[in-house]
Design a protein around this ligand. Structure first.
Ligand SMILES: [Zn+2]
Length: 390
């Protein structure tokens, strides 16, 4: 377990998650066990603090030194210099709330989220928690500091949470209303010239606080940029597709909702600063569209590539042809594809998906053993108790 700390990059105005890890952590291909517990901790995290606590026990998102030309691995001395020199600055509460905002399925409990954001800042901000002091007494030869964009983690959390909720609706919920029950809204988009199901999905870094209007770097969310393929339409609208040729893509809020006016207003709701995931509706029905969405997400995870084209997704393992395996096996080269793979191809006899009775997030449950699980976490059990007694 390696404690995750927060810092705000002075250059991009966005947060990074810092962890001090041994050198071996960077090389090993690791498969997390027990999978269900680790998956649930990440996919059902409802605020910044729960996300950081989940990251403590998770592998690196990608086992590479860079992604999207952004460095992710630093020596201990470099990290001390970044923190001391102010390039890794104290966290910013307002941006943090946008970056760690999770989408549909998360209950809208503003007070809880504010409390959790404040707790995350108090306990996990690298400056407040004295990470520099810890680094000064760390053995420099054996350790590295990993800096992963918080938005990469939020993206991973949203992809897994959404996929799990869709799989639940398809298999044991209400397949005919799989999308609306997952939180999608059905509407006609004049901009997209299509009927779409849409759901808020990621923070639009265009709205990062403190950056000049025209100086926003293009790629601030490396994992999402790598996983999705950008396509510009004739009218200049950028669609980020999970899979080529499939009508499942990510667009900005004004494109998804046709509402452009408020961009120039100073006060905007969280929803307006989001990217939306859209599924085009040509009358296929919600069950079919939900399956296409899961398929497109799986395809993006399988095809994930690093900066030099190295495979970070999953691929057929030729060794399984000759080692007596009963079925082909697949190597997974990074965490998000590994989790997507294990979520989709879980053993349905032993691992089911259920919905948390409080927050509505989907969670993995073991079937047949002991009492069925009702809540995704102790925090949700407590929140439920509190709201019931109010
Ligand atoms: Zn819950």
């Amino acid at each position: 377990m390696y404690e995750a700390y927060l810092t705000c990059s002075k250059r991009t105005g966005l947060h990074k998650v810092l962890r001090v890890v041994p050198a071996t952590y960077l090389e090993e291909e690791r498969s997390v066990e027990p999978f269900a517990d680790t998956f649930n901790a990440l996919a059902t995290s409802n605020n910044a603090l729960e996300l950081l606590e989940a990251i403590d026990s998770l592998p690196l998102l990608v086992p590479t030194e860079r992604l999207g030309n952004e460095r992710r691995v630093y020596t201990v001395d470099e990290a001390i210099a970044m923190l001391d020199g102010g390039k890794w600055a104290p966290s910013r509460p307002e941006t943090l709330e946008y970056e760690a905002h999770f989408d549909a399925g998360v209950p809208d409990e503003d007070d809880n989220r504010k409390r959790a954001t404040n707790a995350a800042l108090r306990r996990r901000d690298a400056q407040a928690a004295g990470l520099v002091g810890l680094l000064r007494i760390t053995d420099r030869r054996g350790a590295y500091v990993v800096a992963e964009p918080l938005l990469d983690w939020t993206f991973a959390r949203n992809v897994l949470g959404l996929t799990a909720r869709l799989l639940y609706q398809i298999s044991s919920g209400d397949p005919g209303e799989a999308l609306t029950r997952t939180g999608f809204v059905h509407d006609r988009s004049r901009t997209l010239k299509a009927d779409v199901y849409r759901i808020p999905f990621a923070f639009n870094t265009y709205f990062t606080q403190g950056l000049g209007f025209f100086t926003v770097p293009d790629k601030l969310n490396p994992l999402m940029e790598k996983a999705l393929k950008v396509e510009k339409t004739k009218t200049g609208t950028a669609k980020r597709r999970f899979e080529e040729g499939v009508g499942v893509y990510v667009v900005t809020a004004p494109v998804a909702t046709d509402e452009y006016n408020s961009i120039f207003q100073s006060k905007m709701s969280i929803a307006e600063k989001r990217y939306y995931l859209c599924i085009e509706d040509h009358g296929e029905g919600q069950e079919q569209l939900a399956k296409e969405c899961v398929g497109a997400i799986a395809s993006a995870a399988m095809d994930l590539k690093g900066d030099d084209g190295e495979n970070l997704g999953w691929e057929f393992d030729a060794q399984s042809l000759v080692d007596g395996s009963p079925a082909p096996s697949f190597s997974r080269h990074s965490m998000l594809p590994d989790f997507v793979y294990r979520l989709i191809y879980r053993s349905s006899q032993s691992e089911g998906i259920d919905i948390c009775a409080h927050c509505g997030n989907a969670m993995l449950v073991s079937q047949g053993r002991g009492k069925p699980r009702i809540f995704c976490s102790d925090a949700c059990r407590m929140r439920h108790k509190r709201s019931a007694s109010e």
